[in-house]
Design a protein around this ligand. Structure first.
Ligand SMILES: *[C@@H]1O[C@H](CO)[C@@H](O)[C@H](O)[C@H]1NC(C)=O
Ligand SMILES: *[C@@H]1O[C@H](CO)[C@@H](O)[C@H](O)[C@H]1NC(C)=O
Length: 518
């Protein structure tokens, strides 16, 4: 049945293309990361698309090309689609390229289904297609765009795949080049920022809209019809739960998949040291929340403050609190934490244990960060702790294509391997005590050539600040901020189940250890 369907489709494609000799180029760009974990996943997707093209597109006029973006672009903001558009246009867009499809390494692509849909579209129009995301309320992540009624504005979900027409790529690239300095240097949610940019900067010609001929000139309508909004494509799907899984392949030409962690070896909580940054003002309201939730699961957790408080207890940093920035304080915390980790690891070296109890990772968190230790253990197990690793939710600060850096936004938690922390402490200094600590870490790691690794499982903000489809994909590792939200409810909804399981395992282990030592 399925095979007959494909055969039919090939014939249809042949028919569709025979009438014209002009080839149709489709360029696939895989946005991935240059790490030992991500590289094989991206290579597998490229291989998969090329295989489909070779076996299914013989004797057609389709030309399918696949690139892994970081292999060809090495400027630091290549991961933001709009920032790569000028180079995609000048380096990758060929005469025959009609469509550019942006993917991540865990996007699923059914090539024939996709081409069948694209055959119905016109690549000379300014269009982009994908799974549309919407926000629940105007939020800081989106710079409070349309703050009065932001819920109507559609923006794309890269992991599900985004299709751009040739015309839109060229137009957007032109606009980006015309404004050599980027109007907003921060990249926070690049998908939303891309949609806003296209909405604001890419204007259709007055007579190109479907209202042409109706003389809309001078009417208010003109302003809206000339804007370019992304269009929802029913055949581009988010992975939305078990119930759709069985039929997903049939109707979805592209869809988002969770990150494949089959190559990873889950860590244990013992392998991670948590450094929580607090100050006197929050000892009584924030500390109890952490201690009653994820703090219970942590084997090694310290609360660093400007005031020693034996009731918690806090570790005194000797650095006065600043209202903003915290640069000096954060570096001091990392020094103190590393010192203690070294001491603990020395003691553990002499301990005979069948399992590795040593500390390999340092995770820095705020006093209003919620963390899932089980989900963190699963992710960190994808990376080699003997290498320099700096991991979390990536933001960017880029004033132009070659001027800028990426950093891990610290509220969502920053995970670092010990070699990375050692290098940072040896070389990094604050210029002012109140410099933004997370940006300074980004600048230092950038100049030390420690790669930054992004994981969408970390969250600088609350669950309501992210789209439901995105949160449903991979198990979240962190959320941040306790305002306008009940942190206990967030913890219960996202983290508590796995934590209870882990607590049970920890209890079982100490019980069996007791038996063994008796
Ligand atoms: C981790 O990296 C070290 C040093 O680069 C290497 O020797 C080791 O084989 C790697 N371990 C794994 C499991 O890949
Ligand atoms: C803990 O031990 C109990 C009793 O032996 C067992 O039933 C349970 O499955 C164990 N739980 C975990 C999470 O290991």
């Amino acid at each position: 049945m399925h095979r007959a369907f494909i055969a039919l489709l090939v014939v249809m494609l042949l028919k569709a293309t025979r009438t014209t000799t002009e080839p149709t180029g489709v360029l696939f760009l895989i946005s991935s990361q240059d790490t030992a974990y991500h590289r094989p996943l991206a290579a597998r997707l490229r291989h998969d698309i090329i295989n489909q093209a070779e076996s299914q597109l013989d004797n057609t006029n389709y030309i399918v090309t696949v690139h892994i973006l970081h292999e060809i672009f090495n400027f630091p903001s290549y991961w933001a689609i709009k920032n790569s558009m000028p180079l995609v246009r000048s380096k990758l867009l060929e005469e025959h390229t009609k469509w550019v499809v942006w993917l991540e390494e865990s996007t699923h692509v059914s090539l024939l289904l996709l081409l069948e849909q694209l055959a119905l579209e016109d690549a000379t129009q300014y269009i982009y297609l994908g799974h549309t995301l919407y926000e629940h309320q105007a939020n800081i992540r989106h710079h409070f765009a349309f703050h009065k009624d932001s819920e109507w504005f559609p923006f794309p979900f890269q992991r599900a795949g985004i299709i751009f027409s040739r015309a839109l790529i060229i137009k957007t690239a032109d606009e980006m080049e015309a404004t050599n300095i980027y109007n907003s240097p921060f990249i926070i949610d690049m998908e939303h920022e891309l949609a806003i940019y296209i909405y604001n900067q890419v204007k259709k010609n007055a007579f190109e809209s479907k209202y042409s001929g109706k003389d809309p000139v001078g009417t208010k309508e003109l302003n809206t019809v000339r804007k370019v909004l992304m269009r929802k494509a029913h055949y581009i799907c988010p992975l939305s739960g078990e119930e759709t899984k069985t039929t997903l392949d049939e109707k979805c030409a592209m869809y988002a998949k969770p990150m494949d962690k089959s190559s990873c070896v889950t860590l244990r909580p013992q392998n991670i040291f948590f450094a929580v940054k607090t100050c006197k003002r929050f000892h009584s309201d924030r500390m109890p929340i952490i201690k009653a939730t994820w703090g219970r699961i942590a084997t090694h957790i310290r609360y660093y403050s400007d005031v020693a408080d034996p009731k918690i207890p806090t570790t005194y940093t000797g650095i006065p609190n600043t209202e903003i920035g915290h640069c000096e304080k954060t570096l001091k915390i990392l020094k103190l934490a590393l010192q203690e980790i070294d001491e603990l690891n020395m003691q553990l070296k002499n301990l005979v244990s069948e399992r590795d109890e040593r500390i390999y990772w340092l995770v820095l968190a705020d006093d209003d960060t919620l963390i899932s230790i089980p989900n963190l253990c699963a992710l960190l197990g994808c990376f080699n702790h003997t290498q320099e690793i700096y991991l979390g939710e990536r933001y960017g600060f880029h004033q132009s294509i070659n001027n800028g850096f990426n950093y891990i936004t610290s509220g969502g938690g920053v995970a670092m391997s010990l070699p990375a922390v050692q290098k940072l402490i040896a070389y990094c200094h604050c210029i002012h005590p109140q410099d933004a600590d997370d940006m300074l870490l980004g600048i230092c790691f950038n100049s030390l050539e420690v790669p930054i690794i992004h994981s969408p499982q970390f969250h600088q903000l609350r669950p309501q600040d992210y789209s439901g489809e995105v949160l449903a994909l991979d198990p979240p590792i962190s959320f941040h901020k306790f305002y306008d939200t009940d942190p206990f409810a967030v913890y219960e909804q996202y983290f508590a189940n796995f934590d209870r399981q882990m607590l049970q395992e920890i209890k079982n282990k100490s019980f069996t250890n007791q038996i063994a030592t008796n």
